[in-house]
Ligand binder design. Structure first.
Ligand SMILES: Nc1ncnc2c1ncn2[C@@H]1O[C@H](COP(=O)(O)OP(=O)(O)OP(=O)(O)O)[C@@H](O)[C@H]1O
Length: 759
């Protein structure tokens, strides 16, 4: 690197940038003395006269930068690595070529508006990610700018020191990507802004006003890219959109912890990240226990008696056909809101019943039922307030007229006196009646409307047998439907619902009550989206009333196939209007050798999905190890130690089911040092120095340096579900994959070309 003609220039630039950052930081913290000293020493350190002058000029402006607290914190963090790339770009209409350094935040010279560092999310930075050196164009603020890129350079900067820099396109190989991929699992996720690939960049920057669905192979960067799209979104639309309005849905809490490691770097930590289950519980204020889809999956894998009926029921509850059923049910519920009696006070018709009904069915039809009810209450209240005066006047006039008639018309003084006194009492009573009825008329009137909480509606859907069977007539046989009805009612009695009921609850909640503004989100990101049912998508869209969804998933990993999506078509065609659909085929996580085996399993699914293409990175072939011979436990631990010595840090043993994992723990515990295993079953955080033991369903979305698939009892059958489980498990490692079981068939390796693995 030192021989490179630009070496000194690059060194100067880095020194300058660091000092500029320091100056900004010090200026913000008003430490003028430090600021002056730093600036002096920089200028002394810079070699080139020209640049010294220019830099000195720029440094003086650092004083005047105005920054938010968050921006300042970010700047401090990024001082160790201010930028990762440079482009030399000549925009057509500009007289000369300009150089831009790209980093994770932007930093501008206030006076000249020249970027010291260009944010990776800025429109111009797109030039770095898209295409190669040569003619390029980019879009900003609706305009297209043409130009030419003459240099694309990547930097490796550690602790603020320049380690290396390389130009891309001279060799086509992306060295930085190669370096980044060969690292270990615990410090990889954050580094990807510098190595985002073209197909990934398209996903990140795809039209922000449209929903987007991304089908991506295992390890193609779906999670990472979805989060970068969030970051890009927040950056681009920062003036009109705040992070709190973003909802990120992940499959489990383990996954959320894992994602959070990425979030701070991307500036999206203020977004709400949660699971669908937790979100629905929150917005519906739901106190039921939820039987999760994982528990159902375990039941299937461990063969429960009611397996088939349970699966059928779960499928129905999530299906597209279930939506019209719920809509019809809601029509029945709506009838109870169609009150059309007149609102009367002291014999006066204050509001016409037909008008009240019209308010519900027409004027406020865009609102949830209970919100309409509230609006009607407000309208009635104000009508009563307004008309009370008129009523009082009318009543007063009526009695005053009668009094006049009595005073002047009745001759007999006794009779007249009685009549007048009667009329005065009457008048007084009637006016009081108007006063008092006005106070409570609306409250009384509103009693005609339903006032039930969500669980009541949910129960009623299942409780009224005739109506339930009539609404569900297109679903299976009488007894299938009855199973669904009685099972759900039994669950309700136990204060439990199935995970699939959450979509129903959210859907009903959205239409009946609407969402509390605190829980609203304008943009939704759904990872592992293949595991959501149609109704889960629809209920979210309905509840949030937004089209801004970023949906990423992989149908090949759809292990909840009994309830999840089998294809993207219904989402693309029925849930959203004209969404973008993109695919990610290159896979970055694992080596060619591991992907060869995993792809063989993918092919055997006949799922018509494109095979993942591993980025050129080689490693050891996956290997099979027998657990038949005595002492296999010692062998496994030896392998672990050997790999640790090679420098690998994170290890996982994946079992097919929870039971299988328990068996693995029992078998290994006597052979390994105390506290070296951690059996993760759900919420707990994974400890970095332990060998993790996980059932496949929890390993989904995660990654480890070395993965051992262990199979002591539960073999993988040649069924679609088991193939998907295997595929998920096999695509978790970054570097090494080993199979530990009685025979290769236990992992369907008999279907894999024998040259792809060692045994
Ligand atoms: N452009 C890139 N540069 C460097 N690393 C990348 C890049 N894209 C993805 N990776 C790495 O590849 C790995 C897989 O990414 P990620 O977990 O986002 O993939 P995924 O598609 O969600 O995977 P899966 O579906 O298997 O859970 C991560 O370690 C990520 O850092």
């Amino acid at each position: 690197m030192k021989e490179h003609p630009d070496y000194q220039e690059e060194l100067d630039r880095l020194t300058f940038t660091k000092v500029y950052m320091d100056s900004v930081i010090a200026a913000q913290e008003s430490d003028q003395e430090t600021l002056r000293k730093r600036q002096e020493s920089t200028v002394a350190a810079l070699d080139f006269k020209d640049s010294s002058l220019k830099y000195q000029d720029m440094l003086t402006h650092a004083n005047f930068m105005k920054m938010s607290k968050d921006q300042l914190e970010n700047l401090k963090k990024l001082r160790k690595k201010p930028y990762f790339a440079r482009i030399d770009y000549h925009r057509k209409e500009k007289p000369e070529r300009e150089t831009f350094y790209i980093g994770k935040v932007s930093l501008f010279d206030r006076e000249t508006q020249q970027p010291i560092i260009l944010d990776w999310r800025s429109p111009l930075a797109n030039v770095y990610y898209e295409g190669r050196v040569g003619d390029v164009s980019y879009e900003a603020h609706g305009e297209t700018y043409e130009g030419n890129v003459s240099l694309k350079r990547q930097y490796s900067i550690e602790e603020g020191e320049l380690q290396d820099f390389r130009d891309i396109d001279i060799t086509t190989k992306d060295d930085l990507l190669q370096d980044s991929l060969s690292q270990n699992a615990d410090h990889r996720l954050t580094e990807i802004v510098s190595t985002i690939q073209e197909e990934q960049n398209r996903v990140i920057r795809a039209d922000l006003r449209k929903p987007i669905v991304v089908q991506g192979a295992a390890g193609s960067g779906k999670t990472t890219i979805a989060l970068h799209r969030v970051s890009y979104f927040l950056y681009t639309l920062q003036d009109i959109f705040s992070p709190e309005e973003m909802l990120i849905l992940a499959p489990n809490r383990l996954f959320i912890d894992y994602m959070k490691e990425v979030l701070p770097e991307l500036g999206v930590e203020k977004s709400r990240s949660t699971t669908y289950v937790d979100y629905v519980k929150l917005v519906t204020n739901h106190s039921f226990t939820v039987q999760t889809q994982h528990e159902t999956l375990m039941n299937i894998l461990e063969h429960s008696d009611e397996e088939e009926s349970i699966l059928r029921m779960a499928e129905w509850k999530g299906s597209k056909e279930f939506q019209p059923v719920l809509d019809q049910f809601l029509q029945y519920m709506k009838k109870e809101f169609l009150v059309e009696t007149d609102l009367k006070i002291a014999g006066f018709r204050v509001v016409n019943g037909k008008k009240i009904r019209k308010l519900f069915v027409e004027d406020y039809s865009y609102l949830p039922f209970y919100k309409r009810k509230e609006k009607i209450r407000q309208v009635l209240m104000s009508d009563v307030r307004r008309k009370k005066k008129v009523m009082l006047q009318k009543m007063t006039k009526k009695y005053d007229d009668e009094l006049d008639r009595a005073l002047y018309g009745i001759k007999d003084p006794d009779k007249r006196k009685r009549r007048v006194s009667f009329l005065l009492d009457q008048k007084d009573a009637k006016l009081k009646q108007i006063e008092s009825e006005s106070k409570k008329a609306v409250r009384e009137y509103m009693k005609q409307y339903p006032n039930d909480p969500l669980p009541t509606y949910f129960r009623r859907f299942y409780e009224e047998a005739d109506r339930f069977h009539m609404l569900m007539k297109d679903f299976g046989t009488d007894s299938d439907r009855e199973f669904m009805r009685s099972h759900t009612l039994r669950q309700i009695k136990k204060k439990t619902v199935d995970a699939e009921d959450l979509a129903t609850l959210l859907y009903l909640h959205a239409i009946l009550y609407g969402l509390d503004p605190d829980y609203k989100a304008k943009k939704v990101v759904m990872d592992e989206a293949q595991d959501y049912s149609y109704m889960e998508f629809v209920s979210l869209k309905r509840a949030l009333n937004t089209d801004l969804f970023t949906i990423v998933g992989d149908l090949a990993q759809g292990i909840y196939q009994y309830r999840g999506l089998k294809e993207w078509k219904p989402i693309l065609e029925d849930v959203f209007r004209a969404p973008n659909y993109l695919t990610l085929q290159k896979t970055y996580r694992t080596t060619i050798e591991i992907m060869e085996v995993a792809n063989s399993i993918l092919t055997s699914m006949n799922a018509n999905l494109p095979l993942a293409e591993p980025v050129l990175r080689r490693g050891d072939q996956p290997s099979f190890h027998s657990t038949r011979q005595k002492g296999w436990e010692d062998n496994l631990f030896e392998e672990y130690n050997r790999l640790r010595k090679e420098g690998f840090k994170s290890f996982v043993l994946i079992g097919k089911t929870v039971k299988e994992c328990q068996l693995i723990v029992q078998s290994l515990e006597p052979y390994v040092p105390e506290d070296s295993l951690q059996f993760v079953q759900g919420e707990e955080e994974m400890m970095k120095d332990r060998i993790i033991i996980l059932p496949v369903y929890l390993a989904k979305g995660l990654e480890f340096d070395c993965v051992f698939l262990v199979n002591l009892n539960e073999t993988y059958a040649p069924s679609l579900l088991d193939r998907k489980l295997l595929y998920v498990a096999m695509t978790r490692p970054l570097h090494r994959l080993q199979f530990w079981g009685k025979e290769p068939q236990a992992f369907l390796l008999d279907e894999v070309n024998g040259e792809y693995y060692k045994s």
